[in-house]
Design a protein around this ligand. Structure first.
Ligand code: G
Ligand code: G
Ligand code: MN
Ligand code: NA
Length: 254
């Protein structure tokens, strides 16, 4: 069984599920959101990591169906959370570059929001910095249409692309996700520190939020917090968790 054939079946049979990694405000270490991460356990292939199946989904065109499945599940979770203790949490979903540029992307997002009754203001789309590089007015307009639906937009893997201040300023985004590769070697590595500091001052100038990903140590957290980064995500707080464990974790932390 190839990954491609297996994935096609997995999408049809609902073998793809989501894990959720909580995100925190370091001011009081309260959870402010969760990032949905796709997980596939194949009866034949075992656990296939997203680093392997997302590229296959992109090459085969299945990324659109897969992306809809992921967004649907994330929106269903947000819907279930309404009126409960997790109603305020943002549910963030990764959108691949190819998915974002698909013809019907905005319409499919609108349909899923409508069908699930999810609160769009509590759904965040994470689009990679590189996905938006070099794109013209039609991509900007697409982002504006997503914002008009009420969604929040974040630039994922920030620091790995080449966004200028001017370009960032034109994007209707709320937050930058500082890429894990620049967090990993903090505070000792000078290059990582320079990139983290530049990202934070750029964000301050443009009134954007920054969330640091891949926080594994207290030293990384303290370094970034001292420089104005409040939002954090990483193994120091929690690994990505299946839904039941996530809800237990959130109830415990509250
Ligand atoms: O959990 P981690 O191993 O979960 O994820 C590895 C990579 O796969 C990350 O870059 C992550 O953004 C990506 N990824 C995980 N889930 C999804 C998803 O649902 N859609 C897309 N496009 N990428 C995902
Ligand atoms: O590209 P994206 O930012 O969506 O990637 C999320 C990926 O980062 C997932 O694979 C997730 O499991 C992983 N991840 C989350 N927190 C940590 C962490 O603290 N350390 C490491 N090494 N990986 C992390
Ligand atoms: Mn992400
Ligand atoms: Na990232």
């Amino acid at each position: 069984l190839t990954i491609e054939n297996g994935l096609r079946r997995a999408i049809e049979r609902g073998e793809i599920s989501l894990h959720y990694q909580p995100q925190f405000d370091a001011i009081d270490d309260r959870a402010v959101g969760v990032e949905a991460l796709a997980r596939w356990t194949s009866p034949q292939l075992g656990v296939v990591p997203p680093d392997r199946f997302i590229p296959v989904a992109e090459e085969s065109g299945m990324i659109h169906a897969l992306g809809e499945l992921v967004l649907l599940q994330a929106c269903q979770l947000q819907r279930r959370w309404q009126n409960g203790p997790n109603a305020h949490l943002l549910v963030a979903v990764n959108i691949s570059a190819l998915q974002f540029t698909g013809q019907d992307f905005v319409a499919s997002v609108a349909a899923i929001l409508h069908e699930t009754g999810a609160d769009a203001r509590r759904i965040e789309l994470e689009i990679t910095e590189t996905a938006l590089m070099g794109h013209g007015p039609e991509q900007l307009e697409r982002l504006e249409r997503l914002r008009a639906l009420g969604l929040t937009l974040a630039l994922d893997d920030f620091g790995t692309g080449y966004s200028s201040l001017g370009r960032l300023n034109r994007l209707p985004i709320t937050r930058l996700k500082l890429d894990r590769s620049f967090v990993q070697h903090l505070p000792s590595d000078a290059d990582s520190a320079a990139i983290a500091n530049a990202t934070l001052s750029m964000a301050r100038a443009l009134k954007l939020e920054v969330i640091a990903e891949g926080i594994e140590t207290e030293a990384q957290k303290a370094y970034l917090f001292a420089r104005g980064c409040r939002l954090m995500q990483g193994y120091l707080y929690s690994r990505p968790l299946p839904e039941e464990a996530l809800e237990a974790f959130l109830a415990e932390a509250a």
